[in-house]
Design a protein around this ligand. Sequence first.
Ligand code: GLY
Length: 393
Amino acid sequence: MNLKINLLALLVMSCFYPMAQQVNVAKAFELAAKQTHVLIHNVDSARKVRPTLVSPRTVEKGVFKMVNSKDWTSGFFPAELWYFYQYTKDKKWLTLAKKYTEDIKKEQFNKGTHDLGFMIYCPFGNGYRLTKDTAYKGVIIQAAKSLSTRFNAKSGVIKSWDHNGDKWKFPVIIDNMMNLELLFEASKFTNDQSFAKIAISHANTTMRNHFRPDFSSWHVIDYDTLSGNVRNKLTAQGYANESAWARGQAWGLYGYTLCYRYTKNLAYLAQADGIAGFILSNKITPADGIPYWDYNDPAIPNTSRDASAAAIIASSLYELAKYSKQGAEYKAAADKILVSLSTLYISKPGTNYGFLLEHSTGHHPAKSEIDVPINYADYYYLEALLRHQNFKK
Ligand code: GLY
């Protein structure tokens, strides 16, 4: 569909945001399960042609895109299958989840990326939580060892990217907060506190350097590993160095919420509250609660939304609501996002190759994955649905 017409339609629809609706987890999961069977069929067909491409990532310009296990998003598809197993308790989903999780296993040894939290912890962490299979635990511990090799004690952070050495020396992106869960869990499994110490150092240093007074965050902080000081504050996926890239704000919110879960350090709770305040008080976001891809894109409202950021925010808020004094406000905001996602942003059955949500933005400045379905939006949408269900319990 023409992007401009699509965006206009979305803006008009979101003005009529269905205020009174409730989240219907059963209906959402039923639809999602049917749609995921379509996705699995497409995955299996694509893998027959190119077996090294193991996981579905997106649909761009009508083309179904698969990725190999090295891609930062490779773990989301098997991790979604674990969520279907958690919800249904049906062995059919267990078999599927186990099967596709195996494809990502070798990345436990990958020392060339910081994304092991996404790639390994999402499938293997959920797999271990639901099965207690000790082999999964071993994969998580090895992945934590691999990730730890990217830690620099002088600057106190884990290096995110090895690429684009002309732009930065030791880049750390806000997304990196999402890898800390893997490290905290590895310490719990092994009683070796070195992983948790790295996570805490990373969280503290990021809290000092990545955030502005209004609790919005830069995307990339470049460190000087000789002095440990900040060299530069930049963006890669946002509109501008000084803008607030929507998914980055979502990663920060999720990251500090999980840091509070593991440490009970009130500074992390205050940080998560601050980020939530930035997101929820931002008047630029339309009534349906789904942010534009960057809060400061001057093209707003004629620019794309990011349903993935919204799904991550909703999932984070359900957890943060349990810890924070603003719990009722967070729960209401998360519910509003979930209603929007499951009514206005959901794929029509059988469309989008089986992906669940439409209207995410991957990398706007690179003109890549703009207004598309994408695997991480679907993963955090399912997680938010489960958290909503458990919240009620
Ligand atoms: N971690 C990359 C992204 O959020 O696009």
